[in-house]
Write a protein that binds this ligand. Structure first.
Ligand SMILES: C[S@@+](CC[C@H](N)C(=O)[O-])C[C@H]1O[C@@H](n2cnc3c(N)ncnc32)[C@H](O)[C@@H]1O
Length: 482
């Protein structure tokens, strides 16, 4: 039964009460700026803009932003824009059909992309009220339909009819053109390699050599920043190639080629997971990498498809975890620090990316956990990982890849939080923090602090063991307790 049927009136839920005053950008608008979905000069329509804080903040960033809201800005400009924001609107609409129509209307108004965000199921405990329809009706008569993170992506895909990507938990992008979706995916995977600054021909050549070493191939003119192409205009393509070949370090070129081959495979496998487009839709640099490092697009796709299939193979995944140069392997999972994840074997990087696209990677996290039985990815947030010798867990966001169910476990209010030991095991060997963490672990072992491993996993147990061994911590040093 809908609210209207129950009461005989339309518009009974107090939707306008859901709009809060905010200073600066909302989380979804901020994400869209970080992801370069919104750039200076682009036009943005904030559909259901509430009090208009995002419109104000975007306008001050040279974005042509306008907003419309049935209560706060009913006379706002309701015209198509490059990017349409639909921020925390769907979750407050109690009528499922109207919810769908609203999403469709926002999609129709988007010329390039739609950014949809909603509140998520894990916020249920924060909302007091009675079950109503497919959501909750609060005592203020506001309504909330909380979405699961991957449910939201599926819903947007269903209504828009296009493949969507979770940018973060509760934030989904839908693109009008496949090229834009693939460029976004490519940017998520391939780190941007900055061009060295150059103001004359010699420094421009040095910059091209550096790029060639990093990418494993000579970049094409179309890939260069505008000013660089001008500085190199006096050279023919073959002269530039000869110059690079004679000056670049061949070992670095080989290493760059290996890295680019793996990144291309990772991209193509992820593309298969998210929906493969034709070769011509791929970003230019991916097309050029395919030409440079594979015999054909078909061969590249076949290898990428095999890689994606390997994700289902328990023994292959476990083997990759055992072979991984980074991370701590336990009987259930591999744990890797954020700074080291690009050093994981490619199948494990794919594992993480698939979960991120399905349900969103949170912005705050420091340690990645990949299960080897079943497929589940957790992003663990230890906010003080760098400064605390035994970082305390703040939250864990888990995506089960088999069911696409997500959950957030928060330890914020917990008086006895889980904590980490042997921090260096999560880092790569060349991480500058490794020596001090290793030294600390050695002194802790020597002091007998790891004799009762079942006790030290949480704050209270660890503190009790420190007292028992008459030790205390001063930064990353273990000292006698006075
Ligand atoms: C939770 S507020 C979010 C406001 C704003 N987007 C923000 O994030 O600050 C939900 C907004 O949706 C608006 N709204 C309600 N029904 C709507 C509909 N059918 N279409 C568009 N907006 C609607 C409400 O007026 C309200 O301002």
């Amino acid at each position: 039964m809908t609210l209207t049927e129950e009461t005989g009136d339309a518009w009974q839920s107090e939707r306008r009460l859901t709009a809060i005053g905010r200073i600066g950008l909302s989380v979804p608008a901020r994400q869209a700026v970080i992801d370069q979905q919104i750039i200076p000069g682009s036009s943005v329509l904030d559909y259901g803009c509430g009090r208009g804080a995002d419109v104000g903040a975007l306008t001050s960033m040279d974005v042509a932003a306008s907003g419309w809201d049935p209560y706060y800005h009913p006379n706002g400009r309701l015209e198509a824009a490059d990017v349409v924001l639909l921020t925390y609107v769907l979750n407050i609409i109690e009528d499922p059909q109207e919810r769908r129509r609203t999403l469709l209307r926002a999609w129709e108004l988007a010329k390039q992309s739609l950014v949809v965000s909603t509140r998520l199921t894990w916020e249920r405990s924060k909302i007091k009220g009675a079950e109503f329809g497919d959501g909750v009706l609060t005592s203020r008569r506001t309504f909330q339909h909380l979405f699961g993170a991957s449910e939201l992506r599926g819903y947007v895909e269903d209504v828009t009819g296009v493949r969507c990507v979770s940018a973060a938990p509760g934030i989904v992008y839908a693109f009008k053109q496949d090229e834009a979706r693939l460029s976004y995916l490519a940017r998520r995977i391939a780190p941007h390699v900055a061009w060295l600054a150059s103001d004359d021909a010699a420094s421009a050549i040095a910059s091209v050599i550096d790029q060639s070493e990093q990418r494993g191939r000579i970049p094409r003119l179309e890939e260069m920043p505008g000013q660089m192409a001008e500085l190199l205009a006096h050279l023919s393509v073959s002269e530039l190639q000869r110059l690079v070949r004679s000056s670049a370090d061949s070992d670095k070129i080989a290493e760059g080629a290996r890295r680019s081959t793996l990144t291309t495979l990772l991209f193509l496998a992820l593309e298969l997971f998210n929906g493969r487009g034709p070769f011509s839709c791929l970003p230019l640099f991916v097309q050029l990498d395919v030409r440079a490092f594979f015999s054909s697009y078909k061969e590249a796709c076949q290898r990428a498809d095999r890689l994606l299939l390997k994700l289902r193979d328990d023994s292959y995944v476990r083997g990759a975890m055992q072979a991984s140069k980074v991370g701590k392997l336990t009987p259930t999972a591999l744990y890797v620090h954020r700074r080291a994840i690009d050093l994981m074997p490619i199948v494990l990087r794919l594992y993480e990316h698939c979960a991120a696209i399905a349900a969103g990677r949170p912005s705050e996290w420091s340690v990645l956990k990949l299960r080897h039985q079943g497929r589940a990815v957790s992003w663990l947030d230890y906010p003080e990982f760098n400064s605390d010798p035994h970082p305390r867990l703040k939250s864990s966001y888990v995506v089960d890849l088999a069911t696409l169910k997500t959950s957030l476990i928060s330890y914020d209010q917990s008086a006895n939080r889980p904590l980490l030991h042997r921090k260096h095991e999560f880092l790569s060997l060349d991480d500058p923090d490794v020596p001090k963490c290793e030294r600390l672990t050695q002194s802790e072992i020597k002091a007998g602090l790891y004799k009762n491993p079942h006790l030290i996993g949480t704050e209270d147990g660890w503190e009790a063991e420190l007292v028992r061994c008459e030790r205390a911590l001063r930064g990353h040093r273990l000292v006698r307790r006075s």
